[in-house]
Design a protein around this ligand. Structure first.
Ligand SMILES: [Zn+2]
Ligand SMILES: [Zn+2]
Ligand SMILES: [Zn+2]
Length: 362
């Protein structure tokens, strides 16, 4: 029996409260378990690798630098052009458009943020001061990109860590892609949270945080008045800081998925203040340390969802709430998932949350 198996098997479709179409089948029965992700490869923990273009001292091996922190002397975080950009301003190939097949220019920006000058330092091993600097670098570059060209509708910051998460270079790094379209999943979050706001005059993300911070919910039988079920709602909170919270979503599509959100309503990551970085860094470091402690050699993606500029709606500032989604890769999608669009999660989110909360970290 897998050590993550819960004593009470769960088999239910959980509706994502924000985007119902992103619902998940939680099935902890063994027979439904998807295939394991790539076998764990030992993480490269070397501090310096002679041939690595992202290592300190090898600056000449990267494409042109956009910015470094600090701007002179030894850098801690460095932003460079991507050697193989998926988007750019190159117009040498005309678009292929015919019949029903339409295209949009692959116009945009694709950049790399070298998270740390040391090769094999994982996020949970970085100091909180360093992580605060990294979060500042994300914000500043996002802002510059939005300002640089009004054709850029969305700036996505994300990170792939480990081969199972699609990282092609071992040296810890994040990426920024600025696109001429708003990604569908972001658009769906914006539209659905707006719908909730119009009906309830509240931000759904704030409502979910409030719900998670309510220690216990009691469900009474409508007729007899007897207690039918007590739910410990607070069990989904993984970390709670002064300004940020890490929550295990009730309808997690990935076994060990965790979201980080500001406790106070804020739609746009660009409004994060200098005072916020320290607590955001602390919550991120502690959450990653918990994932590492439970999973050992965690391979993951994370991405930042923030209100698109020019979202085209007045109330979206009140209805949308920026967040970071961390999605550890412990399984690969099967034909069922690709064919149905319904993700299968084989670890009950309550069990995963309990393990994460109980993990020993410094
Ligand atoms: Zn390196
Ligand atoms: Zn909110
Ligand atoms: Zn999101």
């Amino acid at each position: 029996m897998d050590k993550t198996e819960t004593p009470n098997a769960v088999r239910e479709i959980r509706i994502n409260p924000i985007v119902p179409s992103e619902s998940v089948l939680v099935a902890t029965a063994r027979s439904l378990r998807p295939k394991k992700a790539e076998a764990l490869v030992p993480r490269d923990t070397r501090k310096h690798v002679e041939t690595c273009p992202f290592c300190a001292g090898n600056e000449a091996m990267t494409p042109p630098q956009i910015k470094s922190y600090p701007s002179d002397g030894t850098w801690s975080v460095r932003i460079v052009e991507n050697l193989y950009p998926v988007l750019g301003d190159d117009r040498s190939n005309p678009n292929l458009t015919f019949g029903l097949q339409q295209t949009i220019d692959g116009y945009g920006r694709h950049e790399v943020i070298i998270d740390h000058s040391e090769h094999g330092t994982a996020l949970h091993e970085m100091s909180e001061q360093h992580l605060a600097l990294l979060f500042r670098a994300y914000r500043e570059r996002m802002e510059q990109l939005y300002r640089s060209n009004n054709r850029l509708r969305y700036v996505l910051v994300f990170k792939n860590f480990g081969p199972a998460a699609g990282a092609s270079i071992a040296h810890t790094h994040s990426q920024i892609i600025a696109t001429p379209v708003i990604p569908d999943n972001v658009q769906a979050e914006v539209a659905e949270s707006r719908r909730f706001y119009q009906k309830n005059h509240r931000c759904i993300f704030c409502s979910l945080i409030d719900e998670a911070l309510t220690f216990e919910a009691t469900i009474y039988d409508r007729e007899s008045g007897e207690i039918r079920r007590r739910i410990n709602v607070g069990q989904y909170v993984i970390e709670r800081g002064q300004r940020f919270i890490a929550i295990k979503p009730f309808a997690s599509r990935y076994e060990w998925e965790v979201h980080i959100l500001p406790l106070k309503h804020q739609s746009d990551y660009l409004r994060v203040s200098a005072d916020d970085y320290a607590d955001l860094a602390r919550i991120m470091r502690r959450t990653m340390a918990r994932l590492e402690s439970v999973l050992g050699g965690v391979q993951y993606n994370f991405f930042l969802h923030s209100l698109p500029h020019d979202a085209g709606c007045e109330e979206c500032d009140a209805s949308y709430h920026w967040h970071i989604e961390i999605t550890p890769r412990t399984s690969i999608p099967t034909g069922f998932e690709l064919g149905s669009g319904l993700f299968v999660n084989t670890v009950a989110p309550e069990a995963a949350a309990e393990k994460l909360r109980n993990a020993a970290i410094d």
